[in-house]
Design a protein around this ligand. Structure first.
Ligand SMILES: [Zn+2]
Ligand SMILES: [Zn+2]
Length: 337
């Protein structure tokens, strides 16, 4: 990880805006590229500029980008879709056939830069009541909102979150804001469980110290309606399936380091369990902004560490090592206003 001069951003087209990046959150997927140089078949050619969880200020607007104005603070949806393929036409721009995602190899350079051009359609204004840390957490929160919506939880539902890193915590926050469901949360790191309790977890447990499946089953003998797997680990997938009641749903959000995982087919078949895969999010950025602005979601417990741009390598080392109680590390890029 090193600091280099980057090319001047291309000129903003009529539907684009030129952004000054204010803050950037380090994401678990950035760490996959940092540690392994790939996520599945997506292999990083170096040098690669990472980063996609950003808060920014609009510097210039294209002639057709009338919804935004210079000086406006925005949260950014890092996915640029084509608007024309079958997926876009079906309202599934997150699985667009020609999608370009910030900081993804072969797609777009990432947002760990001072200046960035994005389509205005990717930018959602944030009110001044949100600070730059909160605005940078909008993107991961939008994934939690999308996942919580996909679970279609009904009144009386009981929920599990296996793995309480930033995405697990954002899912917990979204479920707690959108439903009355009690949420049972597990993680291997005790500090993350403390953050989960601050974010509204009903119960927390560490599988290094106890049989979390048995402990949750004692409290919820009928099983859970939905479990969000946010660890990307085989053990977590197994725990998730074992926690579900018949007809329950496992929502897979975590990104495993391996290409193949396995499921107990007898458990799946006998209990008619459903497996739903969550691919980032779709149209949930504005909802995430509203949830923070209205006070229904408090993302502040997630932001544990701050770094300057010159300290980016340290930020990545810390998030990669998961030490010092790190949950979300935020890198300050523009001078603080
Ligand atoms: Zn991310
Ligand atoms: Zn498309």
């Amino acid at each position: 990880m090193e600091l280099r001069e980057a090319p001047t951003p291309r000129r903003a087209g009529p539907h684009d805006v030129l952004l000054q990046v204010d803050t950037l959150g380090v994401c678990g997927s950035d760490i996959h590229y940092y540690r392994q140089g790939r996520i599945g078949p997506q292999v990083a050619p170096f040098p690669l500029i990472l980063g996609h969880e950003l808060a920014a200020t609009v510097l210039e607007v294209g002639t057709e980008a009338k919804s935004l104005h210079s000086g406006q603070r925005v949260a950014v949806d890092p996915l640029v879709s084509c608007g024309e393929c079958d997926q876009c036409r079906a309202g599934r721009k997150h699985t667009c056939r020609h999608q370009k995602f910030l900081g993804n190899p072969g797609q777009l350079p990432g947002a760990l830069v001072e200046y960035l051009v994005m389509p205005a359609a990717c930018c959602s204004p944030v009110p001044d009541s949100l600070n730059d840390d909160q605005a940078a957490v909008v993107e991961p929160l939008s994934i939690g909102v999308y996942a919580a919506q996909m679970a279609q939880l009904t009144p009386g539902a009981r929920v599990g979150v296996v793995g309480s890193g930033p995405i697990g915590l954002c899912t917990l926050l979204a479920v707690r804001a959108l439903t009355q469901a009690p949420v049972y949360v597990t993680d291997l790191v005790d500090e993350r469980l403390a953050v989960a309790r601050a974010c509204g977890a009903t119960w927390t447990g560490n599988p290094r110290r106890e049989d979390v499946v048995a402990a949750i089953q004692r409290l919820e003998p009928l099983g859970l309606d939905a479990v969000f797997e946010c660890a990307g680990e085989q053990d977590a997938l197994d725990q998730g399936l074992n926690l579900l009641k018949p007809g329950g749903a496992l929502l897979v959000i975590g990104i495993p380091e391996v290409d193949r995982v396995s499921f107990n087919i007898n458990l799946l078949r006998r209990n008619e369990l459903r497996i739903l895969n969550v691919r980032r999010q779709n149209e949930c950025v504005e909802r995430a902004v509203e949830l923070i602005a209205s006070g229904r979601v408090d993302v502040r417990p997630l932001v544990t560490h701050h770094f300057r741009l010159e300290e980016t390598a340290r930020a990545f080392e810390l998030v990669s090592a998961r030490t010092d109680g790190v949950v979300k590390a935020i890198i300050r890029i523009s001078p603080e206003r």
